[in-house]
Design a protein around this ligand. Structure first.
Ligand code: C5P
Length: 407
C-alpha cells in the first residue's frame, strides 16, 4: 500500500496519554508511503520521548521555536511550508483552545498559525477524557476550528486511561491512517448517496445447511471505501462475509437474496447511485425444512426444488427512480469467457447505463482484479490492479458520467 507516496506530513504531538498511539501512527504513515516530520510540545514529552519518535520517523524531532538547527532560525516557517498536511495526533483540549485563539507560544501552535491556509491543511485527532470532550467549551472549539478550515477527525469511544468510559479516545493508528488517506482523495462524489450490495448470499436448505458461493465481497467493500473517500454517504448491504467495515460506511448485514432485495429496495429510495457487486444466488430452495434433514439408512437422497430469486439490480434499475436516471445504476457481471459480448448483453438485459465485467474465477477472493466497463458508447478496459485502486478509478468514471448527464 502506497497511498501516501510523495506526501510529507508534519505529525504534531500534544500532551495526552494517547501519545503512545502516535508512535504506531508514525510507522503507519511511513508504511503508507509518506515522509513524516515529528514536532512535539513540552507536554507531549511527558508521555513519550523524542528519541522514540526520531527512531520511528528517521528524522530529528523538533521541539522548540528557538531551535538553532535551522539556518534562518525559523522552524515554524520552514516546517509548515514543506508540509502537504499538518496532523496533530493526539490533539489535546488545551491545544485546540490554543489553536482557536491563534496563539503561538510554542513551535507546534506557531507553525499551525503560520501555515499557508489554502495550501497546508490542518488535521486534528482529538484525545481527551469524556467530560473534557463533552464540555461545551471543547464542543464550541471543535465547531469553530472546523469553521476556520481545520478537519477534526472523529473520536473513539470506550475505556479511557482515567478509568472512565465514553467518547474522547483518540482513534487507533490504522483508523487515522485511513482517515488521512481519505482526506487526500478527490471529493468526486460529494453530496451523493451511494448504495452498494456486496458479497455472496446464503440460501438456507434447513436450519444447518445452505447454498452459497465463493464471492468474498472484497470488490464491493473496496468500492464502498472508495466512494466514502470520494465524499459520498455510503450504505453497504453485505451478504455473509468476513471483512471489516470500511471507515465511515454504514453496513447492513443480510443473509438471503430475498433479505438483500428487501433492504436494498428500501434504501434505494434515498440513494443517488446504486452499484450491485453482490453475487446473488439465482435460486433458493422452494421449501425451507423446519428441522435438519436427516440421513436415513437405505433412504433415497433428498431432492431439492428451487424457485427463482428476485433480480435486485433489474428491479432497482426498472423502478421509477432508476428509469428516470435519478438513481444511477451500475451492475457487475462475473463471466468466465467472452467478457465484452456478455457484458454488453447483460447491460441491456438489466437496463443499466453502466455494466462492469470481470472474470469470475480471476476475481473471487482475490485482492486484485481487472475490469471492463461497458456503457452506451463502448468499452473501457481497466488493467489488473488492486481492488481499491480499481474502485477509485471506477468512482471517477461514475462521477464523470454523472457530470456529463447534468451538463
Ligand atoms: O444475471 P447476473 O447474476 O449475471 O447479473 C449480475 C449483476 O446483477 C450483478 O450486478 C449482481 O449484483 C446483480 N444481481 C442482482 N440480483 C440477482 C442477480 C444478480 O442484483 N438476483
Amino acid at each position: 500500500m502506497n497511498d501516501l507516496a510523495g506526501k510529507h506530513i508534519v505529525l504534531g504531538l500534544t500532551g495526552g496519554i494517547a501519545c503512545y498511539k502516535a508512535a504506531e501512527l508514525c510507522r503507519a504513515l511511513i508504511k503508507g508511503g509518506a515522509t513524516v516530520q515529528v514536532v512535539m510540545t513540552a507536554a507531549a514529552q511527558q508521555f513519550i520521548t523524542p528519541v522514540t519518535m526520531q527512531a520511528l520517523s528517521n528524522r530529528p524531532v523538533f521541539e522548540s521555536q528557538w531551535d538553532a538547527r535551522e539556518p534562518n532560525n525559523m522552524a515554524h516557517i520552514n516546517l509548515s511550508r514543506e508540509a502537504d498536511a499538518i496532523l496533530i495526533a493526539p490533539c489535546s483540549a488545551d491545544f485546540m483552545a490554543k489553536l482557536l485563539h491563534g496563539r503561538g507560544d510554542d513551535l507546534l501552535s506557531l507553525l499551525c498559525l503560520a501555515r499557508p491556509l489554502d495550501q497546508v491543511p490542518l488535521l486534528l485527532a482529538p484525545a481527551m477524557n469524556r467530560e473534557m470532550w463533552a464540555h461545551p467549551a471543547t464542543q464550541r472549539n471543535v465547531t469553530q476550528l472546523r469553521a476556520d478550515g481545520a478537519t477534526v477527525f472523529e473520536v473513539g469511544s470506550g475505556d479511557q486511561a482515567c478509568g472512565e468510559s465514553g467518547d474522547g479516545r483518540m482513534l487507533e493508528a490504522q483508523e487515522l491512517l485511513d482517515d488521512v488517506i481519505a482526506f487526500f482523495q478527490p471529493k468526486l462524489l460529494s453530496g451523493e448517496q451511494v448504495l452498494i450490495t456486496a458479497g455472496p448470499t446464503y440460501e438456507a436448505i434447513d436450519p444447518v445447511r445452505g447454498i452459497t458461493n465463493l464471492s468474498s465481497g472484497k470488490m464491493g467493500f473496496a468500492l464502498a471505501r472508495a466512494a466514502q473517500e470520494a465524499g459520498a454517504v455510503v450504505t453497504l448491504v453485505a451478504g455473509p462475509v468476513h471483512l471489516p467495515t470500511p471507515r465511515g460506511v454504514r453496513r447492513i448485514d443480510v443473509t438471503s437474496a430475498q433479505s438483500m432485495f428487501d433492504v436494498t429496495v428500501q434504501h434505494a429510495q434515498g440513494a443517488s447511485i446504486f452499484v450491485a457487486t453482490a453475487a446473488v444466488a439465482d435460486w433458493r430452495v422452494a421449501k425451507l425444512a423446519e428441522h435438519k434433514i436427516k440421513k436415513e439408512t437405505g433412504a433415497a437422497a433428498p431432492s431439492l426444488v428451487f424457485v427463482e430469486n428476485p433480480d435486485i439490480l433489474a428491479a432497482v434499475a426498472q423502478s421509477p427512480r432508476g428509469r428516470s436516471g435519478a438513481l444511477y445504476c451500475v451492475g457487475f457481471a462475473a463471466e468466465s469467457q467472452d467478457l465484452l459480448a456478455n457484458a454488453q448483453a447483460k447491460r441491456l438485459r438489466k437496463g443499466v447505463p453502466l455494466l462492469v465485467g470481470n472474470i469470475g474465477p480471476a476475481t473471487f477472493g482475490q485482492d486484485d482484479n481487472a475490469l471492463l466497463l461497458v456503457d452506451e458508447h463502448g468499452a473501457t478496459e481497466m488493467k489488473r490492479d488492486a481492488k481499491l485502486a480499481l474502485s477509485r478509478r471506477l468512482v471517477a468514471e461514475i462521477a464523470a458520467r454523472l457530470q456529463r448527464k447534468e451538463e
